[in-house]
Design a protein. Sequence first.
Length: 138
Amino acid sequence: MAVHFIEEDRKAYGFNRTVVKKWLDEVVKLEGKKTGKINYVFCSDDYLVGVNMEFLKRDYFTDVISFDYSIKNEVSGDILISVDRVGENAKNIGVSDIEEMKRIMVHGLLHLIGYDDGTDETKAIMSAREDLYLGLSQ
């Protein structure tokens, strides 16, 4: 299948889409899975807060929400990313917008693969995987 990029109400940062798609596909393969249909939806804070409230009953800003539709070994789902939050995060931690976008993209993908960040321990594991895979991106 494939990775798709959808711009809901915000444009994605100027990364090379072909290169990023190949990188994300490689992450899935390195995790021992197959790429199904993965949609990255780039949106505003307001859009993502609405989704957060409607589907998760949470009334706060977030940078990413993943909806997992994976079946067995095939990774599929929707990953919604607030471009506004990514830009703010990048500024606050002193990295480029594109670098932070890649981190959030792989973070959302790791959720679809089965990683969780609900505890300090699982958050540390997930962060280490993000760092590993960011090292493979171009």
